[in-house]
Design a protein around this ligand. Structure first.
Ligand SMILES: [Zn+2]
Ligand SMILES: [Zn+2]
Ligand SMILES: [Zn+2]
Length: 290
């Protein structure tokens, strides 16, 4: 790519091309590219700890008799055109059905890196192009993507709820808020929340803008750690050079207060645009009690 720099350097299997002005501005901000989640300096949550048992399949790819697939059910399928897609993409798109949790083979598993049950952990599947638009920096796909295909993770520093609230509080009205809060309701009534901030250290997910009518959906995916990778999958077919977007409100639509002054205007241009970016009220509520 002429006049472009790969801001992912050697961390991804495919480049993240950015015009020189964007890469120069990232360098000035002191931004560090990391392909996956990292531990925040003031946090004891380590997203790289291995917490699950592996399977003993000494083969390229796990099949039906695999312990992982028996325990958690298969997640991915290869379509006739050779593309790997998420089996339960419909359930993740509609949110009215509760989709099964996604667990991939992990570093304790004996299977190969190309195992069908390893996808998100293998990172980018195609190059991404960064560009400067009316919403600031955005991300486009270099190649067409089929519905259900994995696109990229939203990775960065994993924060505690207290640290996430502190970081959001410190932002001024003009600052871009990158902190995302993802709530998961588990079987048995447990609820967990994962906070990821790619502002200072993060991956390409940082440049995927919000849209009220997005082409990606966020799915928590686990391999080694109980802390999920926040994986973005295509919820529709996407053309080459099309801008990538997801809904910042996360998996569930949060109740949002209309009068809060901190809300930013949404410029997604979709027919159903709500006019404002969503944000997680709990990040602000927590500050009051700490
Ligand atoms: Zn496997
Ligand atoms: Zn296996
Ligand atoms: Zn396995």
């Amino acid at each position: 790519m002429r006049n472009c720099v790969d801001v992912a350097t050697d961390y991804e299997s495919f480049p993240v091309w950015a015009p020189k002005e964007i890469s120069e501005s990232l360098r000035k901000q002191g931004f560090q590219y990391t392909p996956g989640n990292v531990k925040a300096s003031r946090s004891d949550i380590d997203p790289n700890e291995v917490s699950y048992e592996g399977c003993s399949c000494v083969k390229q790819s796990c099949e039906v008799d695999c312990d992982c697939l028996r325990r958690f059910n298969p997640n991915y399928t290869k379509s006739a055109n050779g593309k790997t897609t998420l089996i339960h993409i419909d359930d993740h798109v509609t949110t009215s059905n509760s989709p099964p949790p996604v667990y991939e083979c992990n570093s304790m598993c004996k299977c190969g890196y190309q195992c069908l049950n390893r996808l998100v952990q293998n990172r980018l599947q195609r190059p991404i192009l960064l560009f400067e638009g009316n919403k600031g920096v955005g991300a486009k796909t270099a190649a067409a993507i089929d519905r259900g295909e994995f696109v990229c993770e939203y990775a960065g520093e994993v924060l505690s709820d207290v640290e996430a609230a502190h970081r959001c509080q410190r932002l001024s009205a003009d600052d871009m808020n990158y902190v995302i809060a993802v709530r998961e309701h588990h079987h048995g009534g447990n609820m967990t929340c994962t906070y990821v901030d790619p502002c200072h250290r993060g991956n390409v997910g940082r440049w995927v803008n919000h849209s009220c009518d997005p082409n990606l959906v966020m799915v928590p995916v686990r391999a080694d750690s109980e802390i999920p990778m926040l994986a973005l999958f295509a919820k529709k077919n996407i053309n080459a050079e099309e801008e990538l977007s997801f809904h910042y409100g996360g998996l569930a639509d949060e109740e949002i207060s209309e009068q809060n002054v901190k809300r930013k205007q949404c410029l997604c241009g979709a027919n159903n645009c709500k006019g404002f970016l969503p944000y997680d009220l709990s990040l602000f509520a927590n500050v009051m009690t700490t």
